[in-house]
Design a protein around this ligand. Structure first.
Ligand SMILES: [Zn+2]
Length: 323
């Protein structure tokens, strides 16, 4: 009976011409509100054609871009991977942030590698002003170095005051620069990834891909609502109370830890969905660095060699586009 009602619902919804169900908010929207969305963020090199045409409303697309994709794209790990793979996003070149200098001084100084062996030190002064100081690994050619510095000031460190030992505006600043200069080989760098940004991005990709494959039936399901409540919750405490835990990109149960995702190339990303009867398991491997749950053959086809309880799975492999 329940299933009949659901099928009737689907026909009824389709009969309302010119409307669609938005994957991200689950609401019926007029066709005029439809927009093109990268379910897999463009910052990973994914193109629109790789994932078909998802049904996303303009409001959700904008919000997902600002709240989900952007923080994920700017995560230290993702940025460093984009840097090495040469993936730009809307003309913005990725920068490899090494990490934060660990020391006893009060200033929080972040260390970036730029092109042509240029290093940027980013910090806030005691009056909370954003500053950047440049250095280099060994000797560098001056015209090239200055070009890299000017570009990074425009693209990455806009709004930062460029400073140096010569330009120091106070004794505190001068002392900080001298401390940075004398760090040498003994310095310790601490780096971490933005788990919140990862969790939200993975949940967004999982929700979008599940809706794309399983259509309205999944888009209107309680499982999809659960993902949405996590995706759109801005309060980190409330998000962490949720039963969804996306640690390193897994939304799966213990039994999946036994099988593996095999990637044809370490430069590819793979995203997998599995129908586990009680719900959809979604797993992701970015740049081939994270192994989990499903098997995919060299052509990118899903191999059905999974534990007996698994009914079906779908895998995507995305080749980062060099632009
Ligand atoms: Zn929407």
């Amino acid at each position: 009976m329940h299933r009949l009602v659901r099928i009737y619902d689907l026909f009824r919804r389709r009969a309302v011409s010119g409307n669609f169900c938005c994957f991200y908010c689950g609401k019926m929207r007029p066709n005029s509100a439809r927009s093109k969305e990268h379910i897999i963020p463009a910052c990973l090199g994914a193109t629109l054609s790789k994932t078909g045409t998802p049904h996303i409303c303009k409001d959700c697309n904008t919000r997902a871009g600002e709240e989900v994709d952007l923080p994920f794209c700017r995560d230290r790990f993702i940025e460093s991977k984009r840097f090495f793979h040469g993936i730009t996003n809307r003309g913005r070149r990725p920068v490899f942030m090494v990490g934060r200098i660990e020391w006893t001084r009060p200033e929080r100084v972040e260390l970036y590698y730029l092109e042509h062996r240029i290093i940027a030190y980013r910090f806030r002064t005691q009056t909370n002003e954003s500053c950047v100081m440049f250095g280099s690994i060994g000797q560098v050619a001056t015209p090239e170095a200055e070009e890299v510095i000017q570009k990074s000031l425009k693209e990455r460190f806009s709004g930062h005051r460029r400073t140096s030992l010569k330009r120091a505006e106070s004794d505190e600043e001068r002392a900080l620069f001298l401390a940075i200069q004398t760090l040498g080989q003994e310095s310790r760098i601490r780096a971490s990834i933005d788990i919140t940004a990862w969790d939200r991005a993975i949940v967004k990709m999982g929700l979008g891909l599940a809706c794309l494959v399983l259509k309205e039936e999944y888009a209107q399901s309680p499982q999809a609502d659960r993902l949405r409540s996590f995706l759109w919750e801005n309060d980190p405490d409330k998000r962490s109370e949720s039963l969804l835990h996306g640690s390193a990109g897994i939304l799966a149960q213990d039994k999946y830890k036994t099988s593996h995702l095999i990637l044809p190339s370490p430069n590819l990303h793979a995203f997998c969905l599995t129908d586990i009867g009680s719900g959809i398991a979604f797993t992701a491997s970015l740049f081939g660095e994270y192994e989990n749950t499903l098997e995919i053959d060299a052509a990118g086809t899903f191999c059905n060699r999974l534990p007996g309880t698994l009914m079906r799975g779908v895998g995507w492999i995305v080749d980062p586009q060099k632009k």
